[in-house]
Design a protein. Sequence first.
Length: 156
Amino acid sequence: MKIGVLSDTHLTRVTKDLERIMNDLFGDVDLVIHAGDMVSLPVYRFLQQRPIEAVQGNMDDWALRKELPEKKILTLGDFKIGLRHGWGSPLGLEERLQREFSGLNAVIYGHSHLAANHWSSGIFFFNPGAFSGYRGKPSVGILHLMADIRGEIIEL
């Protein structure tokens, strides 16, 4: 399974850059995951043209928060994956997220705007970085679920 992962798009409307990513980089993915701070309902409606799993972020407008949960547990193939945007300081964020869930293979998150693609304490942590680019170069991610979990960060 190939999954396109976005976070921290911070868009009030659909842009040409978002359209390009969905058509080109995510053109052949089985699923899109958005890890929060999408910001607006029109962006979510655009992303819903494809199979999508998403959670709310701390910057999302009220209409979007009514549609999306704070966190989700996804079962994809043989993997149990936690999805949550995140909160507070980037320091210690993965430890706080780990306490939110139990029995997972992976946690996908956003919030820090810092890409992460690594294993820690038997859990795969994946943050695609920020589509908006705040705190560095804009980036998105691809997850490959096969016999194991493998991620890649793509700078835009």
